[in-house]
Ligand binder design. Structure first.
Ligand SMILES: Nc1ncnc2c1ncn2[C@@H]1O[C@H](COP(=O)(O)OP(=O)(O)OP(=O)(O)O)[C@@H](O)[C@H]1O
Length: 361
């Protein structure tokens, strides 16, 4: 298998619960030896997809391939796919060592004791927990539990590890540290991680590629940069949480919205007309400014929020829609704004992304 062959592939995978279609004809394959983030809003089918790949649930239709083999009818424990649960699912009465050894001791093939000891120690080392082997899960921190859960999966030497919101139970600081650690650990091993997250920041930071799931379908699968710069439909732009989105009408090469009419050079197919401009490309002007780079959106200033490297300014339009401006501090001091005052937001129309019904026809 070469680096670019898919490690697993789904063909037309559908999963229904009663009348609800959780997975809707998914065709998707992931490159071997890579970090894939699976991003989607709550209820989009992320966990269902992982469970179907792992073999905890069967698809209603479609096939699943892993390392070139059809595994659709293979039970979970024979698939050789690792799974890390959000709540870690450690055995509370077993030591860290025995938690990690569990799969080796209880697998279909008998593994000699000496090999178990070696592999468990190597896995515990790999996740940076050497010295804690004899503790119980209630004697270690949340981040350490997360590492035990990972070691327990890695000790089985899988080629694919499915991680279901693995950082969801950790506080913000630890989450950032574990993001880096997970990437480093994966790079040291010849293994693919498929990491489910509802956080766009996490997905864009961690994935070599990001699959975006929306209502049971993979709507975009690309590098983080491409997803950020070129969201394929307006729902992806909405979900990325970095775009101001405006409804309106696309007509005769212009988009007509709350900001007046803006020229449009290209349009992406979508189920409605939507105009998107990134928070960090939206700029603030006084109401009497004469040097606007493009459309003029009248707004009232509400509040600001410091985010370390940037400041987010929040505004409200006449129809009470909240609009954000992200001012990166590397661009210099932000201007002083007065709460309740009116301003104009504007941007270079060439930097907008326009989605339209007419392009879909
Ligand atoms: N066992 C089940 N029985 C009935 N409906 C289910 C079952 N499991 C999931 N669903 C439904 O299928 C849809 C997809 O659920 P899933 O848990 O895969 O979403 P998710 O993207 O992981 O959501 P979250 O981020 O909230 O965990 C949801 O509408 C959910 O209510």
């Amino acid at each position: 298998m070469t680096q670019s062959d898919p490690i697993f592939r789904l063909e037309g995978v559908t999963r229904r619960y009663g009348n609800l279609t959780a997975l809707d004809g998914i065709d998707f394959g992931a490159e071997d030896n890579s970090y894939i983030a699976l991003l989607g809003p709550s209820g989009s089918g992320k966990t269902s997809l992982l469970r179907v790949i792992a073999g905890f649930e069967a698809p209603d239709t479609g096939r699943i391939w892993f390392q070139g083999r059809d595994i659709t009818d293979l039970p979970a424990h024979e698939r050789g796919i690792g799974f890390v649960f959000q709540n870690f699912a450690l055995f509370p009465h077993l030591t860290i060592f025995e938690n990690v050894a569990f799969g080796l001791r209880n697998g279909a093939t008998k593994v000699p004791d000496a090999e178990i000891t070696d592999r468990v120690r190597a896995s515990i080392d790999m996740v940076g927990l050497a010295g804690l082997e004899d503790r119980n899960p209630d004697q270690i921190s949340g981040g350490q539990k997360q590492r035990v859960a990972l070691a327990r999966s890695l000790v089985m030497q899988p080629k694919l590890v499915l991680l279901d919101e693995p950082l969801g139970a950790l506080d913000a600081n630890l989450r950032e540290r574990m993001q880096t650690e997970l990437r480093t650990i994966r790079e040291r091993l010849d293994v693919t991680f498929l990491h489910v997250t509802g956080s766009e920041t996490e997905a864009l930071a961690m994935g070599d590629r990001v699959a975006v799931l929306d209502a049971g379908r993979i709507v975009q699968y690309d590098t983080p940069d491409a997803i950020y710069d070129r969201p394929i439909i307006s729902d992806v732009a909405l979900f990325l949480n970095r775009f101001n989105l405006f409804e309106g009408t696309l007509k005769d090469g212009s988009f007509h919205g709350a900001f007046g009419a803006a020229p449009v050079s290209s349009v992406r197919a979508n189920d409605s007309d939507v105009y998107a401009i990134r928070y960090d490309r939206t700029r603030i002007f006084d109401t009497d400014a004469s040097d606007l780079p493009g459309p003029a959106l009248p707004v009232r200033y509400l509040a600001s929020e410091y985010l370390g490297s940037s400041i987010i300014f929040l505004f409200e339009t006449a129809d009470h829609k909240t609009v954000e401006v992200d001012h990166h501090l590397s661009l210099g001091e932000p201007r002083d704004l007065s709460v309740g005052q009116n301003y104009i937001l504007s941007w270079d129309p060439a930097q907008a992304i326009v989605f339209g019904k007419e392009a879909a026809q």
